[in-house]
Write a protein that binds this ligand. Sequence first.
Ligand code: GLC
Ligand code: GLC
Length: 814
Amino acid sequence: MKFGYFDDRNREYVITQPDTPLPWINYLGCQAYFGIISNTAGGYSFYRDARLRRLTRYRYNNAPFDLGGRYVYLRDEESSQFWSPSWQPTRREFENYSCRHGMGYTVIGSTANGIEAHTRYFVPLDENLEVWQLTVTNRRSAKARISAFSSIEFCLWDAQDDATNFQRNFNTGQVEVEDGVIYHKTEYRERRDHFAYFACSEPLAGFETQREAFLGPYRGWDSPAAVEAGQLTNSIAHGWAPMGAHQVKLDLEPGETRQIVFLLGYHENPVDRKFDPPGSQTINKKLVKPTIARHLDPAKADAAFERLRQYWDGLLGIFQVSTPDIHTNRMVNIWNAYQCMATFNMSRSASFYESGIGRGLGFRDSNQDLLGFVHMAPARARERILDLAATQLPTGGAYHQYQPLTKRGNNDIGGGFNDDPHWLIVGVSAYLKETGDWSILDEPVPYDNEPVSEQPLYDHLQRSFSYTLARLGPHGLPLIGRADWNDCLNLNCFSDTPGQSFQTTTNKDGKVAESVFIAGLFVHAGRELAAIASRRGLAAEAASYLAEVAKMESVIREHGWDGEWFLRAYDDFGAKIGSKECEEGKIFIESNGFCVLAGIGLEDGTALKAMDATGRHLATRHGIVVQQPAYSRYYLNLGEISSYPPGYKENAGVFCHVNPWVMIGEARLGRGDRAHDYYSRINPSAREEIGELHRCEPYVYAQMIAGKDAPTFGEAKNSWLTGTAAWNYYAIVQWILGIRTTLDGLQIAPVIPTNWPGFTATRIFRGVVYKISIERQGEGNRIALTVDGAPIEGNVVPPPKDGRKEVSIKGILS
Ligand code: GLC
Ligand code: GLC
């Protein structure tokens, strides 16, 4: 069953039924001001940091779901009926509901009582504000007298504190209202230099800033007393719950349309110019007023919207493909790329599943996210890499997370996740391959943000690599630390106390438990680093990395191979995990996927065996599960993985993030049919028809799909903010379509399904437009390339020497 449809031409997903199984969300903003918005206008906004600089309130895990939002109400002055065109929060019956989620904007509307209304929400480029363009049309044959109301509830900035510290927060709320603009200035009197504002383009019939005046005691957002009464009361909030609402009266002739623009924004004043007049307690509004005036003009709003569209056209235009598979095309050309930008901007901080107060930016997550967006935003990738590297510790280890506002490592989580440092190598390597900007390696970057600890970025990569060499276990495999990629495989934790964090509690000294996954990652990252070193003219250093890599490969062969597949780990007792000898958890996806991705065992047949075993034991029709058999009980020596009921999350769920490692493994083995089949099983667009089972948005990947051991097999959860976005994009584009960035140029090495006659693509790479067309003339993956009509040796297309800006590549597969 579907709840809407793809409008590929407009790059939109159109939801036609408001009661989707879960809120289906979108993101507003792509620079510093952000919001999430659901298909019924739920969601919230923040500046840079979802936890520390939250503008509006949202109620997590509420019943009904998804409450708190950018709500508009319309009231018919004749009948006194009122409703929200976005369905929530009033949930009235109406016709023609639609929500169009597009690239950085959302339009929600409907027709009720002969009044058509829709609101377009977006954040203009280079501004710290959001625009709501409400358009109301009278479809009746008679005149209509309507009141339109806007509403938002302010958050007192720190979203965590806002939701818990009521003894203080019920007393601090302050606002100002001037010329119909509502300014939220809680704590501005003391140490904050920022405020929020909520403005309206039309003359007001009233406003509200105190929630209780708007809702009335004991009422909810579905029946605000002031809307019901048809008149806002011009309340001024003192403490309690500051909010913003405007009322505008519209007299509409039959067929007449009116537009109202609402602005919600964030502004910071210079500390010495906070108040006007100086010495008063009144906000200095001089600096913000021009911005407000400019954006309240509907023509300017349209122009800003057009700019936003062009921005996305530009980003998505960097890679476009046309294959025989519509789901591949739509995900690669539109939604997967778009999701990659969202994961870059948000990491794992703010979504319907990530409360925005829980985590900052993850070190391993953000580095992996680079794989998916570096081609669209290289300058911002550079900045992100340098920020991440600055949270690295002098040991080469890393803070597991950092807060984007402070850019400082998170002390409450700390480090000790032994895979983390290698992802920096992987991320930097992806950046170098895309941009050829070698200067980044010489950029001075501190350790742990300590002044005078600066070393060139390259030094950080060296320490990342050595980190593992200094932490090898009894078999010569890398020690796992608190966890590796799998946050829930906590082999040193041994927690028997409820509520203890599996990630930060360690009861063992960590000198025994080893990870075959990190070994595979070490091999992969080591090869990348060697390639970088050799191009820096450091031949001896490159050779030493390759020697360590070779040593690790032989350790993996000796101690990391189980006969038919790669082991997963050794626990604190030195016992195997992910072995046929185990009762449960005999085989895992991560070590098999990543070892083959790293090229281990391609020559001696072990890679083939590992991928076959993965297919046999782990692949299901809804994707590849993490391990089998699922853990049926809690194991003290394994930690959080065994805390989940079978089939969910890391305990044998389909963790979509790691499925692409197997796709890449299959591509490395030359098996395009299998690679693309795995790709299609978790492709959200290909799952649109089973929306009632899948339940999450059909336009973006979810972190997890319940595995075959779960009663809800096939049900997706945790959509949007997941490493799945980058890895699937990388797998399909660089390994299946085979349009791969390398340090020396663009490589063309498709491993596509045998029944595809070919495909065409456009790729803008280092300033050159490559028009690529691939034609299949045989069933294999052998490729013969001609570049601008001339055949070339090999499959790497070097940058044009004569400054040509457009290059045509033809490839014949046989
Ligand atoms: C989540 C985390 C990521 C981790 C994965 C597996 O996606 O953000 O860091 O690797 O779970 O546990
Ligand atoms: C990852 C895992 C999740 C775990 C969390 C801990 O997000 O997916 O299962 O609880 O990490 O940080």
